[in-house]
Design a protein around this ligand. Structure first.
Ligand code: GRF
Length: 220
């Protein structure tokens, strides 16, 4: 059984999508801890409802950043995780944390990276006038939103879209790709080569969700 730790700060819908997929499809993995950076994050209540073990490390209680970072590192290390999943975790991780869990740390960002990293990606996309937008699951490296790309989902942008409608469309796609990408990691199915992370069999096209299905594959 692989051990997963999830870090959350907000709504927790990606956490729920991953936990549901894990339970439904009996992955060889278990979520050993959900660690929240805010006590009032809806993700805390959602994790509790699902019976997941939740720990709150509220940043407001530990204003000293390096102390917070050290405490988080210790908490996560205690779990000896095979994979640390960032699911709407809103704090910048310390370099020491990223280094410690290198190769075991994964994130989802709501844009087609390398386009629109950082804050307000949907606003950035609308301002740029792009016709497709999406989400990217990637390994986490020291540089923000720039680690090896594992999977991407593409959604169309319409003339009537605003930030909210676009975010909603992207979020639905996130809930499709993130569980799949986490499963690939759990099953050691990714090969890291060059700048990317490639699925062991088939082409990179399998790693793109366009519309509602992964391209070229019926049953991932
Ligand atoms: C998602 O859009 C994710 O891509 C970004 O933060 C948001 C988290 O949403 N990193 P949720 O907490 O998973 O609902």
């Amino acid at each position: 059984m692989k051990k997963i730790v999830m870090l959350v700060s907000g709504r927790g819908s990606n956490m729920v999508a991953i936990a549901q997929a894990l339970a439904q499809h009996s992955w060889p993995a278990q979520i050993v801890a959900v660690i929240a950076s805010r006590a009032d994050a809806p993700a805390v209540a959602a994790a509790t409802r699902m019976g997941l073990p939740v720990q709150v490390l509220d940043a407001r209680g530990i204003p000293d950043r390096s102390r917070y970072d050290q405490t988080l590192l210790t908490l996560v290390e205690q779990q000896a995780p095979d994979l640390v999943v960032l699911a709407g975790y809103m704090r910048i991780l310390a370099d020491e944390f990223v280094d410690r869990f290198a190769g075991r740390l994964v994130n989802i960002h709501p844009s087609l990276l390398p386009a629109f990293p950082g804050l307000h990606p949907h606003r950035q996309a609308l301002q740029a006038g792009v016709k497709v937008h999406g989400a990217t699951v990637h390994m986490v490296t020291r540089e923000l939103d720039s680690g090896p790309i594992i999977a991407q989902a593409v959604v169309p942008v319409g003339a009537d879209d605003d930030e909210q409608s676009l975010a909603q469309r992207v979020l639905q796609a996130e809930h499709r790709i993130y569980p799949v990408a986490v499963r690939w990691l759990i099953e050691d199915r990714l090969i890291f080569s060059g700048q990317g992370a490639w699925l062991d069999e088939g082409s990179g096209a399998l790693q793109a969700l366009i519309g509602s299905e992964f391209t070229g594959h019926d049953d991932i």
